[in-house]
Design a protein around this ligand. Structure first.
Ligand code: GLN
Length: 429
C-alpha cells in the first residue's frame, strides 16, 4: 500500500503553495535561496517520518535553534539560574528588537535575539568553539544524524552582524554577558548556521513532543526542561504574531528566517515546514498557511479538548449484599480518572466487604493518581474493607498505606492490599 500520509502531505503543499512574501535578504547568503522551495514533514514519537516536496534540501536552522539552545542552557545552569537572566514574557516586538525589560534589565524571552544570545552564553563550555560544538552535538542527537555548520552562511551572517553585536554589547552593560560579546555573537551565529532538512527539524520537534525522549528510547532532554521550552514556544515562538498563531494554529512553534518552521504537539508529533518567503513578521508565509490547514484538517489545536477521553472508569453496579464490588479502570490513570475512581469508592458502604480495584487494563498510573488511589485504599481500610488489587504489571508498586488513627501516641500501622493477576483470582481468593 502507498502511504496515505505522504499523499496527504503532497496535497497540502499544493493547496498552500501561493507564492506571497519575500526571502530574507539582510543575510546576503540567504538572499540567494531558491524562493520556490517548499517541503513539509511529520515525525511521530516512535521515529516514523512522513514528508513531501523538497524534503532533502538543506537550509540553515536560524532561529529554530533558539528553543534547543535554551533547553541546553537550562540543563547546564538550572531553570532558576536561567530565569534570573532571561524572562519568559512575550515581547510583542520583532525578533531583532534592541530592548531589555526596563525594570530588571533581562531580555524579555529566549525566542527573540536578545534572549537567545544570552541563552547561548549560558551554555557550559570554556570558549565559543566548545560551546558551539556542544550545541551542534545536541542538535545532532535530536535529529538522529550528524549535523554541521554551513560555513558560507555563517561567514555571510557574521559579516553583517552589527545588530546582533549591538544587542550583545547591550547585554554586557547590564551584566548579563560576562564573556566577550563579539565571541558570543560568533557562537550564536554558528548555532543559527547549522544546516538541516525539513525531516531533521520534524525529528527534533518530535523529541520535544516526546518529553525529551528520542525514538530509540534514550533521554536527550529532561521532562521539566521540555515543558519550559514548549511553554515559551507557545507564547513567544512566533514573535509579534504569537497571539494570532496560538489562537488559529494552537501548536507551540518556532520559526527561522531561512524559511523553516517547527510545531510541537505534546505527546503526539513533531511537524516542520520549509519555504523561504517570509511574511511581515519574519515567519515563512507558506509555512504559516500549511500549519493553519494541517491544524484544522487534523484537529491539532491544543485548546480543543478531545471529544472522548481515552480512559474509562467503570463503577460497579449494585450487587448481592456480600458479593465483592469490582471498580475497573482502563487507559491512563490521571487526576480526572482517579477522581472518578474515588467517587465510586465513596459509594461503598462502611462494612467489612471486599472491594476489588481492577487495574489490569491501565497502561499508566500518573503520580497524582497514585496518591489519590492510595488515599482511597487507606480510607476503605479504615472503614473496615478488605481491598484487593488486580495489577499484573505492577503499575501501583508498594501499595501499602498507613491506617493508624491520627494522634501523637498511636504507633503507625500499615496495611498492604493483596495483589492479583486477574479479576477471577481476586474474586476467588
Ligand atoms: N541568525 C538570525 C539572526 O540572528 C536568526 C533570526 C531568525 O531566524 N529569525 O538575525
Amino acid at each position: 500500500m502507498k502511504a496515505p500520509m505522504n499523499d496527504y502531505l503532497a496535497e497540502l503543499l499544493e493547496i498552500c503553495g501561493e507564492d506571497d512574501g519575500a526571502v530574507a535578504d539582510y543575510i546576503p547568503e540567504l538572499a540567494g535561496a531558491d524562493p520556490d522551495r517548499f517541503a513539509v514533514a511529520i515525525a511521530t514519537l516512535d521515529g516514523q517520518v512522513y514528508s513531501a516536496g523538497d524534503a532533502d534540501v538543506e537550509f540553515t536552522i536560524q532561529s529554530i535553534s533558539k528553543p534547543f539552545t535554551y533547553a541546553m542552557a537550562i540543563h547546564d545552569q538550572g531553570l532558576a539560574g536561567v530565569l534570573e537572566r532571561i524572562d519568559v514574557e512575550p515581547s510583542g516586538d520583532a525578533f531583532n528588537e534592541i530592548s531589555l525589560e526596563p525594570s530588571t534589565g533581562r531580555p524579555r524571552n529566549p525566542m527573540i535575539n536578545a534572549g537567545a544570545i544570552a541563552a547561548h552564553a549560558l551554555v557550559a563550555g570554556d570558549d565559543a568553539d566548545k560551546r558551539s560544538e556542544r550545541i551542534v552535538d545536541l542538535y545532532s542527537r535530536l535529529a538522529g544524524r550528524d549535523l554541521s555548520v554551513d560555513e558560507q552562511v555563517f561567514e555571510s551572517e557574521l559579516s553583517t552582524s552589527d545588530r546582533n553585536m549591538a544587542i550583545a554589547y547591550m547585554l554586557k552593560t547590564v551584566g548579563t554577558l560576562t564573556d566577550d560579546p563579539a565571541d558570543v555573537v560568533r557562537g550564536y551565529i554558528r548555532q543559527c548556521s547549522v544546516s538541516v532538512t525539513v525531516e531533521d527539524l520534524a525529528r527534533m520537534a518530535s523529541v520535544l513532543a516526546a518529553n525529551g525522549v528520542a525514538p530509540d528510547g534514550t533521554r536527550v532532554l529532561e521532562p521539566g526542561v521540555t515543558r519550559q521550552v514548549l511553554s515559551v514556544m507557545a507564547t513567544c515562538g512566533m514573535y509579534d504574531a504569537a497571539g494570532d498563531w496560538l489562537t488559529t494554529v494552537g501548536i507551540p512553534a518556532k520559526s527561522g528566517v531561512a524559511g523553516g518552521l517547527i510545531g510541537v504537539l505534546p505527546g503526539q508529533v513533531g511537524i516542520a515546514v520549509f519555504s523561504p518567503r517570509l511574511d511581515e513578521h519574519g515567519n515563512s508565509s507558506r509555512g504559516v498557511r500549511t500549519f493553519e490547514k494541517l491544524s484544522a484538517d487534523m484537529g491539532l489545536h491544543l485548546m480543543e479538548a478531545p471529544e472522548s477521553a481515552r480512559s474509562v472508569v467503570r463503577v460497579p453496579k449494585a450487587q448481592a449484599d456480600d458479593a465483592p464490588s469490582v471498580h475497573e479502570v482502563a487507559g491512563d490513570l490521571r487526576f480526572i480518572e482517579a477522581e472518578r475512581v474515588l467517587r465510586g469508592l465513596e459509594a461503598e458502604p462502611e462494612d467489612d466487604g471486599v472491594v476489588v480495584i481492577d487495574l489490569h487494563r491501565v497502561h499508566r498510573v500518573h503520580d497524582v493518581a497514585r496518591r489519590m488511589l492510595l488515599e482511597g485504599i487507606r480510607r476503605l481500610r479504615i472503614d473496615g474493607h478488605e481491598v484487593r488489587l488486580v495489577d499484573p504489571d505492577g503499575l501501583l508498586p508498594d501499595p501499602d498505606v498507613d491506617v493508624s488513627e491520627p494522634g501523637d501516641d498511636t504507633p503507625s500501622e500499615d496495611y498492604t492490599p493483596q495483589v492479583f493477576d486477574t479479576v477471577d483470582d481476586a474474586l476467588d481468593a
